[in-house]
Design a protein around this ligand. Structure first.
Ligand SMILES: C[S@@+](CC[C@H](N)C(=O)[O-])C[C@H]1O[C@@H](n2cnc3c(N)ncnc32)[C@H](O)[C@@H]1O
Ligand code: SF4
Length: 384
């Protein structure tokens, strides 16, 4: 199966898998100790982009481009400039497209690299802060210091208006008071966006084995749920809007790229393990570095593709819609159900969840209540 050449994708993702270290909690396609492959990988990535753009019929300008990783802030300057030439020759971009790069504090040459990024058109930084406790990060193999974050933001604020940070809630060694102090500190930074992710212990990561052997004790779930609710209220009181379960933005600064994923519109990903969606089918690139490099110029790097059934589309739209502050449009999800009978059954389930104060409805949109947010998965299962 191939990506529909007429799919109206307006969001592009580029994956840069190289990292200066491998954090013990990380499940992503991220490689430490492989920097010698950067040149070859860049070439393969450029080939993949050129081959795709030759066969794809672009019908609307690109509105978001996201460099994710891995650690894209380690993309060598000359190669990144070259990639931008390829991207701009291959696609038409909206004049005000959102172009984001993920940045690890301590991996950036200040201010030169930021100046280059800005000149290339990058206009949004997504900084992986996670925590400001050096010892906690070090114990998870993340070589990053709070001082790196402060210096980066201090320099970046004069060049970039749109700065976002990622934080992880539930890291071992961070008390509730320390988490609150962290949020107290970050709201003083010149940020437009904050993402708060619950720590997930992914199988086969070093964190997973340490937790299994009880070498690491995680904070209790109930405490984290309470802290999550506290954090939502705290950020809202400090002028952020919660537009999705994990995402908070100053008015007008929600992340367009993430919204494309949540709205279930087509997007195209390039690079190792990158995913794409053409509106009907999902695709995943090879996650193995050498086969990816070898096969990119032949145009044969998709290792997984799946045509989604109406039922799967319904499930995904349900999951994505309920996480967003805008909520799930009952009309759009109703269109995916086979018949009136199914829709009536669905509405009956909604009524029960509303009575249990887990869901509420405004203007034809369904949303999770604060109680519903933390049992989201159970609600989805009950709605299916
Ligand atoms: C794809 S990662 C890459 C970003 C960048 N390399 C960095 O680490 O700052 C994006 C974000 O995922 C989050 N993340 C990574 N592993 C996680 C885990 N096990 N649980 C929750 N969030 C995680 C972190 O907040 C990270 O900033
Ligand atoms: S730096 Fe980011 S992508 Fe790399 S290992 Fe750590 S969390 Fe994963």
């Amino acid at each position: 199966m191939i990506f529909n050449r007429n799919a109206p994708a307006q969001a592009l993702y580029v994956h840069w898998p190289f990292c200066p270290y491998k954090c013990h909690f990380c499940p992503f396609v991220a490689l430490a100790g492989h920097d010698s492959f950067m040149g070859q990988y860049h070439q393969a990535l450029s080939d993949e982009i050129k081959i795709f753009s030759r066969s794809w019929r672009q019908t609307a300008p690109i509105s978001t481009l996201f460099f994710g990783g891995g650690t894209p802030s380690t993309y060598p300057d000359e190669l990144l400039s070259e990639l931008f030439v390829t991207l701009r020759q291959s696609f038409i971009f909206e004049e005000k497209s959102e172009i984001t790069i993920e940045v690890n504090p301590g991996t950036v040459r200040l201010p030169d690299q930021l100046i280059l990024w800005k000149s290339l058109g990058i206009n949004r930084l997504s900084i992986g802060v996670q925590s400001l406790k050096d010892d906690v990060l070090k114990s998870l193999n993340r070589n990053q210091r709070a001082a790196d974050v402060l210096t980066l933001i201090e320099v970046a604020k004069d060049l970039f208006d749109n700065i976002s940070i990622d934080l992880i809630l539930g890291l071992p060694g961070v008390s509730s008071d320390e988490w609150k102090t962290l949020l107290d500190t970050v709201v003083t930074f010149p940020l437009k966006h904050i993402s708060i992710y619950f720590l997930t212990v992914h199988e086969d990561t070093p964190l997973y084995f340490k937790v299994k052997k009880e070498q690491i004790i995680l904070p209790p779930d109930e405490d984290m749920v309470e802290l999550y609710h506290w954090s939502c209220a705290f950020l809202i009181a400090h002028g952020f809007e919660q537009y999705e379960m994990s995402n908070f933005a100053r008015p007008g600064f929600s992340c367009k790229h993430n919204q494309a994923y949540w709205e279930h519109v087509p997007y195209k990903g390039f690079g190792l393990g990158a995913c794409s969606f053409d509106g009907q089918a999902r695709f995943e690139n090879d996650k193995r570095l050498l086969p990816y490099i070898e096969h990119a110029s032949l145009g044969s790097i998709t290792t997984y593709s799946e045509l989604l059934t109406e039922r799967q589309l319904f499930t995904e739209r349900l999951m994505l819609g309920l996480r967003c502050a805008k909520g799930l449009s009952l009309k759009s999800v109703g269109n995916l159900l086979d018949n009136n009978e199914d829709f009536e059954k669905f509405c009956a389930k909604i009524s029960i969840l509303k009575q249990e104060s887990l869901l509420y409805e405004t203007n034809g949109h369904l949303m999770l209540t604060a109680r519903g947010l933390v049992v989201e998965n159970q609600i989805i299962i009950r709605l299916l």
